[in-house]
Design a protein around this ligand. Structure first.
Ligand code: B12
Ligand code: SF4
Length: 473
């Protein structure tokens, strides 16, 4: 049997490029979704993986089965690819977040859908496919254990096209219940753990010194994380991951993470408004603790990439300048700016009735406004998101951040990480011609309302830092 596994790409990501930093290489990592499916495939099955960000689909080649991984943003593209293979008589299986959340819709475009994890169920799908009897929707009765996971066959990827293919997962899911988050919805607000020694062995076997934990909240269970960190120390590797700022509640814990090789954390700060955090049930963060937490991480040589979201219901046109000031002021190293996107399957999506203006999934990539914002115009949300992205990645700001980085503990040793990401984001601004404008500024350059006092807000003790009232559409 010969199978093709595809990671589709949509919009500006399609065939974005190969090995150049300016072509998004630093943002491409893992493909663990498909590598995990490949790991579950019996050894006598021939597997080929195609990543549409860098590869062409081998339409002319013969395959017995096609498996496609699918986030919402690439759903339409996945359906197009599926239709072409099915026309040739090749059965197609869809898996991943979107087919899990919208399984009936996905079934209209495939011969089978795998909901949730592939482990435990994928061998059955292959058996049924071999007999020509695919059964529609497949789902484990309960989430499979993460004990004894097989090693992902990373050799199936062309390493030079990726920031790193050394991606590992120690935990799956997150027990928090932020209402916009697909991870919370997909994993039913729970987290599962791999045995520490299995994670350690996988990391130890990787040939390079740097790797990524693709976990969504690696440090949620501090006892588990402590055991993991102790196990990693002797390996002397460097790594980055995602967590919440709860990581910084305990200075000894942060020190241990640094000793274990942590050099960077992606943290979804999302917003500098406590009201926004409350409204989306992000209870694990307090805006008034951002400054101390970031300082503590920095003083241990851990950089911070902040996830920032614009378009929450309390956001007004002043939010953009205010956020940029805060990011500068708190010395955040890197940002990933997103526009709030109501993703099918999340609990927030179910509250958006009547406000969704665009159902083209390819626009659900966190960089397009697909809904009617509450307190600003739709075009202002787009423009403000673009403007903050461009301003934050101005070459002078990048240079200032890198200089600051060098002066921190271990700064020189870890400089490659912020350089790679800042250059990659700058490359994206240039390639995608991101411009925008500050929606709070009038054409004559006067700010309509005074932006919030960034430094006072960030160092204050209140949980909610209200933003100034603004224009409703
Ligand atoms: C690594 C990653 C990427 C990588 C690689 C993606 C890939 N397909 O492997 C890259 C950089 C390419 C990427 C890109 C994007 N990403 Co991304 N990404 C992730 C991240 C951090 C980890 C994915 C991962 O490796 N998980 C580990 C594996 C083991 O778990 P898994 O993916 O769930 O796979 C299991 C099951 O779902 C299932 N399964 C999955 N696919 C398939 C396929 C088949 C055939 C079968 C049978 C089973 C199956 O089996 C697997 C093993 O059990 C996730 C966060 C997350 N928790 O998923 C976000 C995430 C998937 N990304 C997301 C988004 C939004 C994007 C972008 C659209 C935009 C952006 N701003 O980044 C772009 C896509 C751009 C485009 N338009 O083409 C969202 C998706 C939300 C949604 N509901 O659709 C997530 C959830 C982040 C988030 N917190 O919101 N991403
Ligand atoms: S803490 Fe992060 S991963 Fe967890 S539910 Fe909230 S947004 Fe999702």
């Amino acid at each position: 049997m010969k199978i093709l596994l595809i990671a589709p790409a949509s919009g500006r990501w399609k065939k974005i490029g190969g090995s150049g930093l300016f072509r998004g290489k630093a943002f491409r990592f893992s493909l663990l979704s498909l590598l995990s499916v490949a790991a579950e495939t019996p050894p006598d099955v021939e597997i080929r993986i195609v990543d549409e960000q860098v590869d062409d689909i081998p339409w002319e080649e013969d395959f017995d089965l096609v498996g496609i991984t699918c986030m919402t943003a690439v759903a339409q593209r996945a359906y197009e690819i599926s239709a072409q293979f099915r026309k040739k008589g090749v059965p197609v299986v869809l898996g991943g977040m979107h087919p899990t959340f919208c399984s009936e819709e996905a079934m209209l475009h495939a011969d089978a859908v795998v909901m949730e994890d592939a482990e435990g169920i994928w061998p059955r799908v292959l058996e049924d496919a071999a007999k020509g009897r695919l059964q529609g929707i497949y789902k484990n009765e309960s989430p499979p254990s993460l004990k004894g996971l097989k090693q992902p066959p990373r050799r199936l990827l062309k390493g030079k096209n990726y920031g790193t293919i050394q991606a590992v997962q120690a935990t799956r899911g997150c027990a928090n219940s932020c209402d916009f988050c697909s991870v919370a919805a997909f994993h039913h607000q729970s987290q599962r753990y791999r045995p520490v020694e299995e994670v350690r062995d996988e990391v130890a076997a990787m040939p390079e010194n740097f790797f990524i934990f693709v976990d969504d909240n690696l440090t949620a269970d501090k006892n588990y994380a402590r055991d993991l960190f102790h196990a990693l120390i002797p390996l002397k590797k460097k790594w980055i991951t995602q967590s919440t700022l709860a990581v910084a509640e305990d200075p000894d814990f942060v020190k241990l993470a640094a000793e274990a090789g942590c050099i960077g954390l992606f943290v979804g700060l999302e917003t500098f408004s406590g009201d926004n955090l409350d409204a989306v049930h992000k209870t694990c963060h307090r805006v008034d603790q951002y400054r101390e937490a970031i300082r503590l991480l920095h003083s241990n040589g851990i950089g911070i990439e902040a996830g920032i979201v614009f378009g929450f219901d309390n956001d007004t046109p002043e939010v953009f300048r205010y956020t940029l000031d805060m990011l500068d002021n708190l010395e955040v190293d890197i940002i990933q700016v997103s526009i709030f996107t109501p993703l099918p399957g999340t609990s927030r999506y179910r509250t958006m009735d009547g406000r969704i203006l665009d159902r083209d999934y390819s626009h659900y990539d966190f960089h397009n406004v697909v809904f009617r914002p509450q307190r600003m115009k739709r075009e202002d949300l787009q423009a403000g998101h673009d403007w903050v992205t461009r301003e934050f990645y101005r070459p002078w700001r990048i240079a200032r951040r890198l200089l600051r980085h060098i002066r921190r503990p271990g700064g020189l040793r870890t400089l490659l990480y912020p350089i790679a990401l800042n250059v990659a984001y700058y490359g994206r601004v240039v390639r995608w011609n991101i411009k925008g404008y500050d929606p709070a500024k009038r054409k004559d350059g006067v700010t309509q309302r005074k932006p919030g006092n960034a430094s006072a807000a960030a160092s204050g003790t209140r949980r909610a830092v209200p933003l100034p009232a603004g224009n409703a559409e």
